[in-house]
Design a protein around this ligand. Structure first.
Ligand SMILES: [Cu+2]
Length: 156
């Protein structure tokens, strides 16, 4: 009897019915970023206060959305502690893959002030691999320097 069950199961295995579910048949499988890092849930308009609480950064536009492999374009709005738009600041965006210990080439991307006060665009920064990306935005207004880190999973 047992022998028969094994035989039957072997036959089913060949048909991929006895083992794990095969989910390669559709296009949904994506990179699993695991739980080792705290990953932000992407949402347009999401905000982060910089580490020393000097500034608040709003991610007001992103393409692709959510961030993914390839060239990414972000628009951010930066305010100071009094919620005033921060004009004439120096903005630097630095992508980094913590699991692999590498960033991008070039390593940093500058924010360019837009026509809207306190709003900057960062264009064509490449996320080169699927996995976890820590995207640090440094804000320097010559009297204060502070940064915030956005962490996203590029699913590929
Ligand atoms: Cu990598």
């Amino acid at each position: 009897m047992l022998y028969r069950i094994i035989l039957l199961c072997s036959a089913l295995l060949l048909m991929n019915a006895c083992g794990k579910e095969d989910d390669n048949s559709d296009n949904t499988p994506m990179h699993n970023c695991g739980t080792a890092y705290s990953i932000d849930t992407f949402k347009l308009g999401m905000q982060k206060t910089t580490q020393n609480e000097h500034f608040t950064i709003t991610l007001s536009a992103a393409s692709p959305a959510p961030p993914d492999i390839g060239d990414n374009n972000w628009t951010i709005a930066v305010v100071d502690q009094s919620s005033n738009a921060l004009e004439s600041a120096s903005i630097t965006l630095t992508p980094f893959m913590p699991e692999h210990g590498h960033g991008t080439s070039p390593a940093d991307f500058n924010g360019v002030a837009t026509d809207t006060a306190g709003t900057y665009s960062i264009e064509d920064f490449p996320l080169t691999m699927s996995g976890i990306w820590q995207i640090t935005i440094n804000v320097d207004n010559s009297s204060k320097n502070d940064d915030a880190v956005f962490t996203f999973c590029a699913e590929g």
